[in-house]
Write a protein that binds this ligand. Structure first.
Ligand code: FE
Length: 193
């Protein structure tokens, strides 16, 4: 059994105001993530998945094509990763490795924004390490880098539930708010190690 308490927000639900409202974070964490946890608990009850870690459930369900179990378990991981990658006013410095790869902070932002606004439907834009390379990739729905041999560094949830209360259909404005104000570069630097 998993519980929401095992996957807490790393800050208060009003900590990202004015870029992400308390209402959005309360819904996103308190309702959406809670639902994925509840669904997963029901799906794995009395199965081989019941006694293994969340990461193992994600890997095994991907291999076995257990789509519902994969979707709900991966969404728990993806959301935790998304929330942990944000902070408001934490003033961390963009890592040198990112500058080196993309040429400048501005160029990184442009490429990430182009990718996030081009993603059709629901999904995530990820910054990942692929071997020694660093890449920006889009993944649809609940798909996650950890089942493709990629190391996640940062992600932006661009499902409509992530921004519709605050930005309506203006996904590009949400992406700008994330890139300009919310990226926790210390978290990215930790993941680069
Ligand atoms: Fe979400």
């Amino acid at each position: 059994m998993f519980t929401l308490n095992q996957f807490p927000l790393p800050y208060a639900s009003d900590a990202l105001v004015p870029y992400i409202s308390q209402e959005t974070l309360d819904l996103h964490h308190g309702k959406h993530v809670a639902t994925y946890i509840n669904n997963l608990n029901n799906l794995i009850k009395d199965t081989k998945y019941e006694s293994v870690s969340l990461n193992q459930i994600i890997q095994d369900s991907a291999k076995n094509n257990d789509q519902k179990i994969f979707n709900n378990s991966a969404q728990i991981f993806n959301h935790q990763f998304f929330f942990n990658g944000m902070c408001n006013g934490c003033d961390a410095k963009i890592p040198d490795e990112i500058i080196k790869k993309f040429g400048s902070a501005e160029n990184f932002k442009k490429q990430f924004k182009d990718s996030a606004t081009a993603l059709f439907g629901s999904g995530y834009t990820w910054l990942v390490k692929d071997g020694e390379d660093i890449k920006i990739i889009n993944m649809p729905n609940a798909d996650t880098p950890i089942v493709h041999g990629l190391k996640p560094l940062l992600t932006l949830d661009v499902w409509e539930h992530a921004y519709y209360v605050d930005y309506r259909n203006r996904r590009a404005d949400f992406v700008d708010a994330f890139l300009d104000n919310l990226v926790n570069w210390d978290f990215v630097a930790e993941n680069l190690k």
